[in-house]
Design a protein around this ligand. Structure first.
Ligand code: PLP
Length: 447
């Protein structure tokens, strides 16, 4: 039996009416990648307001790792909501906040003494990491990477790339931010071997610490172990290791931004685990809350303790209900069977996507790490000219046929797959078959 069920076109009449209200009530700057209007969700499926059922291969941009409305999480939310909604952690202490911090101190990489600060969004977690790194090192500089995405508050937007989409009109940006290219193996110079290219990137990093900023003035280097928004670009282990070495050598705080990669997305609890590198601070959000707004900054206790009393915090950060959801979600994801299933889903997806690539010249690259996978669409495999309008057309047709999808990539020409990691093999195969048909259609008929 198939999972997708279409009873109207997508969106149907009820969905279209709500989209019209959205256009009138909500600013146009809040983009939407699909016209799906959701009423409910369970597991890897979403049900729209017109009665259609779609397979969700976007998973709320990776937030829904444990599926829509997992009963254990919903139960914990209900129980907590009956006991206490909030007091604000700046006012009084409640146990779920402490229990979640203890859990994150335990499960994040590194066997040193750690502490955790909770907030509401990924951007806030990154802001806190930067503030704490500056307070600890008494330095201002932050080194980040082209393609990086760290959020939309002014400091995190300053760290974020992709000017046209995210930044135009919003400057001036925060000072003391330095940016160099991150390795992008797919788009390396044509004649260059992969190893030589990665070495050249390492040399560029070392050169930046002479040419752009002295390491003694650098508070932190922040990197996504797999660049998300840039197009699921795994950072080579050699490059991550060199960052670690430089940070250790010069007393710089290494921040791994795991907001998108964290909590099983790459088949391990954290993506840095693949490289063996242990960062000083880790930022987390998305899958942490299973849909509730919560984020965390976890790391070395001495860095986390660097701010003066009153220097960090906020009204809502780590609300009891969000903490209860997060404790349940983290416990689910850290189970070896859950992570083994996630890796298995990754294998199935990679097989299917590579099979599609063999029969479609539109797919220039299939890449990612574990189940964090993406296809990059190009109009020419030699020149790698980005096929952004094709990506839009593939997504549009996939959505019309019952699959929720989103784009990614510096050139907005990638289709990314971030299904709930609890998705079944049958569901993922059914969803990808719809995407495969959309790719064939767009290749034949144009975008
Ligand atoms: C790596 C990374 N960091 C930070 C953020 C910002 O998170 P939020 O949207 O919760 O502020 C994102 C969001 O996509 C992200 O992918």
């Amino acid at each position: 039996m198939t999972a997708i069920r279409r009873v109207t076109e997508i969106p149907g009449p009820k969905g279209r009416a709500i989209l019209e209200r959205r256009a009138n009530a909500v600013p146009r700057g809040l983009a939407r990648s699909t016209d799906v209007v959701v009423e409910s969700g369970d597991g890897a499926l979403v049900h729209d307001v017109d009665g259609n059922t779609l397979i969700d291969l976007a998973g709320g941009i990776g937030m829904i790792a444990t599926g829509h409305c997992p009963p254990a999480v919903v139960g914990a939310i209900e129980a907590q909501a009956r006991r206490l909604l909030h007091t604000c952690a700046l006012v009084a202490t409640y146990e779920p906040y402490i229990a979640l911090c203890e859990l994150l101190n335990e499960v994040t990489p590194g066997d040193f003494s750690k502490k955790t600060l909770l907030a509401n969004s990924g951007a806030e977690a990154v802001e806190n990491a930067v503030k704490l790194a500056r307070a600890y090192t008494k330095r201002a500089g932050i080194l980040c990477f082209e393609g990086g995405y760290h959020g939309r508050t002014l400091l995190t937007l300053s760290l974020t790339s992709k000017y046209g989409l995210f930044k135009q009109g919003f400057g001036p940006f925060a000072p003391e931010i330095y940016r160099i290219p991150a390795p992008d193996v797919y788009r390396r110079p044509a004649a260059m071997a992969e190893d030589a290219y990665v070495e050249a990137c390492v040399a560029q990093l070392e050169r930046a610490l002479v040419a752009q900023i002295d390491p003694a003035a650098l508070a932190a280097i922040i990197i996504e172990p797999v660049q998300g928004e840039a197009g699921f670009i795994p950072v080579p282990h050699r490059f991550l290791r060199r960052i670690r070495e430089l940070c250790t050598q010069h007393g710089i705080v290494m921040i791994a931004d795991e907001v998108q990669t964290g909590f099983g997305r790459t088949g391990t609890l954290f993506a840095v685990e693949h490289s063996g590198v242990v960062p000083d601070l880790v930022t987390m959000a998305k899958a942490l809350g299973a849909g509730l707004p919560i984020s965390a900054t976890t790391g070395r206790a001495e860095i986390m303790d660097a701010a003066h009393v009153g220097g960090v915090g906020g009204t809502y950060g780590g609300s009891p209900v969000a903490c209860a959801a997060a404790i349940e979600a983290v416990q689910m994801i850290r189970e070896p069977a859950f992570l083994a299933h996630a890796r298995r889903i990754g294998d199935v997806m990679r097989d299917e996507l590579e099979r599609m690539q063999r029969s479609s010249s539109l797919i220039g690259d299939v890449r990612g790490l574990g189940p964090m996978l993406l296809i990059e669409l190009v109009t020419d495999r030699e020149t790698k000219a980005p096929a952004a309008t094709h990506a839009i057309a593939v997504i549009k047709r996939s959505v019309a046929n019952g699959v929720v999808l989103i784009r990614a990539g510096l050139y907005s020409n990638c289709v990314r797959f971030m299904p709930p990691l609890s998705i079944t093999e049958d569901q993922v195969r059914e969803g990808l078959a719809v995407v495969g048909e959309a790719i064939r259609h767009v290749e034949e008929h144009g975008p």
